[in-house]
Design a protein around this ligand. Structure first.
Ligand code: NAD
Length: 375
């Protein structure tokens, strides 16, 4: 999540991580093995902005299966400070111009792309060519065509590609997926909610060239994901069959020049499920609800880094959770790489979501026309 008020301080983060829960989450993915502990895989963060500093760096201090082994940054000084703080060699500090040299560095197994959206294809493909497995932040790219290029590059290079869909590793969202599948509570056939926060300062997130769009690309994507988690039970193949969307009238057209200020959309799924959402950079919303004939679940807040408030038809859901699901996310991918397993958040899922987002924009541009989704 990108809202600054959700940033967790390193101190509170370290104080609240639950090792027991982390071990439990990984046990099912080969994390709990007898014999000598396998080597922790090395991760290089590409981009040391807000998310790397606030979430991924702190998360990598407590990962069990991987560790921070290098960085790619435009500021050598900053990179050297990270090397000192995390105890990796200065030679593992790369610039965007020389990151292809990671190919010669066996200490780096995985590159994690955390740059503005428009740079995801370039950095993912460069990392794949350097022979590194890749985690790419959401949204995967600014177009389906770019997603295809990234998938092809990773396939040809023989590396795995995963998307930073951290909520698949968050216990409340995992429980939501379980409830959706459980005949005692699911299926959930109606979903609604939204994610919104105000942006007042001019940043790359409101520039189409960099961000690919407005709040839909950045935060609306969480609602797209949640609906697919519930209706499609999380798999990459399941997409809605049709979409209808309407862009909000701009209250600040001089600020939101070539991106939407907000947008509402409806997703229809093949099983009859329907999901209605809103996203915006003008107001504050953080809510998701799914319901069916047998039960319901509601989360508010739903999409942040912690502090989830979750109720169901059976009462509140108070799961003991660690603060950082990013830690689980990165450890899980490390296990996938080490043991050659499939990631549950593959590049194909990122591509599916980009196809959905492109269809949302097309429907809005066509004045709210109902459009079929072709994945
Ligand atoms: P940010 O603006 O704070 O950082 C971006 C970084 O990219 C900076 O270090 C910047 O120096 C670097 N960069 C390299 N080339 C650049 C260029 N040409 N222009 C601008 N910056 C350049 O952004 P962020 O919040 O860290 O977001 C980075 C990515 O992570 C985005 O794709 C975003 O969607 C994603 N993100 C994901 C989550 C999540 O919860 N999964 C949360 C926040 C951000």
């Amino acid at each position: 999540m990108d809202s600054p008020h959700l940033t967790t301080s390193r101190r509170s983060f370290l104080g609240q991580v639950s090792w027991g829960a982390a071990a439990l989450a990984l046990a099912s993915r080969g994390g709990a093995q007898s014999g000598p502990a396998p080597r922790k895989l090395g991760i290089a963060l590409i981009g040391l902005g807000g998310y790397s500093q606030g979430q991924l760096g702190p998360g990598l201090r407590v990962t069990q299966q991987c560790k921070l082994a290098g960085v790619v940054t435009g500021s050598r000084e900053k990179g050297l400070q990270w090397a000192k703080d995390f105890g990796f060699p200065e030679k593992n500090v790369y610039s965007y111009d020389n990151m292809s040299r990671m190919a010669d560095n066996p200490e780096i197994d995985i590159a994690y792309v955390v740059t503005p959206n428009s740079l995801h294809p370039e950095h993912t493909i460069a990392a794949a060519w350097a022979g590194k497995h890749v985690i790419c932040e959401k949204p995967m790219a600014n177009s389906v065509a770019d997603c295809d290029a990234m998938l092809t590059a990773c396939r040809v290079a023989g590396v795995k590609l995963s998307i930073g869909y951290r909520l698949h590793f968050e216990p409340h969202h995992q429980e939501m997926m379980r409830l959706a599948r459980d005949p005692a509570t699911g299926p959930f056939t109606r979903m609604n909610g939204g994610l919104a926060f105000p942006i007042r300062r001019r940043v790359w997130r409101v520039e189409k060239k960099m961000a690919g769009g407005g709040p839909l690309m950045d935060i609306g994507i969480y609602c797209v994901q949640a609906a697919c988690m519930v209706a499609g039970i999380g798999s990459a193949g399941n997409a809605p069959i049709a979409i209808t969307a309407r862009e909000h009238r701009k209250t600040r057209p001089e600020f939101f020049i070539d991106v939407e200020e907000g947008i509402d959309w409806t997703m229809e799924f093949a099983n009859g499920a329907k999901a209605e959402f809103t996203t915006s950079y003008e107001t504050g919303i953080d809510r998701f609800r799914a319901e069916g004939a047998n039960g319901w679940i509601e989360m508010a807040p739903a999409f942040g880094y912690g502090g989830f408030k979750v109720t169901t038809n059976q009462g509140p859901l108070n799961l003991p959770v660690p603060q950082s699901h990013q830690t689980f996310q990165m450890d899980d991918f490390a296990v996938c790489v080490r043991d050659n397993l499939a990631t549950r958040v593959p590049g194909e899922m990122g591509r599916r979501d980009m196809m959905i987002i492109e269809t949302i924009y097309k429907s809005a541009a066509a004045g709210g026309k109902r459009l079929e989704v072709t994945v």
